[in-house]
Design a protein around this ligand. Sequence first.
Ligand SMILES: Cc1cc2nc3c(=O)[nH]c(=O)nc-3n(C[C@H](O)[C@H](O)[C@H](O)COP(=O)(O)OP(=O)(O)OC[C@H]3O[C@@H](n4cnc5c(N)ncnc54)[C@H](O)[C@@H]3O)c2cc1C
Length: 315
Amino acid sequence: MKNVDVIIVGGGPAGAACAWKLAQHQVNFLVLDKATFPRVKPCAGWITPLVLRDLEIDPADYPFGIKHFTNFQVSIKDFHFKLRTNQYAIRRVEFDDWLLHRSDPALVHHTVKEIRVEDDRYLIDKTFSAKTIVGAGGTNCPIQKTFFKNELNGHKGALIVAQEEEFAYEYHDDRCHLWFFQNGLPGYAWYVPKANGFVNVGLGGSAAKLKSNNDTLKHHWALLVEKLDKMGLVKGHEYKPVGHSYFLRGKNPVVRQGNAFIIGDAIGLATRDMGEGIGPAIQSGIRTAEAILSSQDYSVKSIQKYSFPSLLGFR
Ligand SMILES: Cc1cc2nc3c(=O)[nH]c(=O)nc-3n(C[C@H](O)[C@H](O)[C@H](O)COP(=O)(O)OP(=O)(O)OC[C@H]3O[C@@H](n4cnc5c(N)ncnc54)[C@H](O)[C@@H]3O)c2cc1C
């Protein structure tokens, strides 16, 4: 049995941010992840300046490509405009691996299946034990399923289904394009050029609204591919999109039960307007680490619920 003080389940942005803070205070902790890093995560990879500030990252020091946007090309149905902004894009396959290894944590490749409580300690798969556990396992986090199951059921209406693909492409348009509510999509589609010759295209929307409209993401994907071709943004590419789902921010999420904490997508923290999940995941990871270090309460109340203030430069 491997005994430590804290076990973080999941090494995505939420778990990595928590690990980064704990490592600064010499906490005896372990990160378990079912994936071998670097791992692919379906995501457009858009990050705000707040993400960089929270993680104390100077874009000039980031060792991989980071793309800076000073405006977005936005379409809301048939209304088109240029939004002046200050945002960034990274590739998740690079960013997550770098972030996780930044604090050089003890990382174990392990798929968590069973968690039990025994003598005030959490036992994971009869192999690992800790006084405190942090659920950072994303949408299907085993800690969420074991200790917080009834909580996420409360905001099932906030389930977002999304589909995307990232690929090497010699793009000619290096602007970020966003299309909201087109052809009845209850969400938005994107074209995000990345540094070093990659693009990410995708779309996402409310699962409940798609269902009630008797509509599918597949149908909107076909329309998006057509649009990308027509606009000359991506031509001649054979698409192999991947799908994923996650929850938008609920009203009063329960974030702690005893010494079990949950963070990031495991709680459903993505912003209600744009489904931005990386920033809230990182903030929840940092706040959890601070709560563990200070034995204080952990709250997500002050974590951003909307992305528009950041897009407009207010944050
Ligand atoms: C298509 C798409 C596009 C998106 N675009 C953006 C965007 O541009 N900007 C943005 O801010 N947000 C975006 N999001 C949301 C964002 O990707 C998530 O909110 C973010 O990844 C949440 O981070 P996390 O650390 O909570 O979870 P994750 O990144 O999902 O990490 C969870 C980790 O837990 C591990 N894990 C899971 N189960 C187990 C287990 N049983 N045992 C051990 N390990 C386990 C996984 O392997 C994974 O590494 C997008 C989401 C999708 C689906």
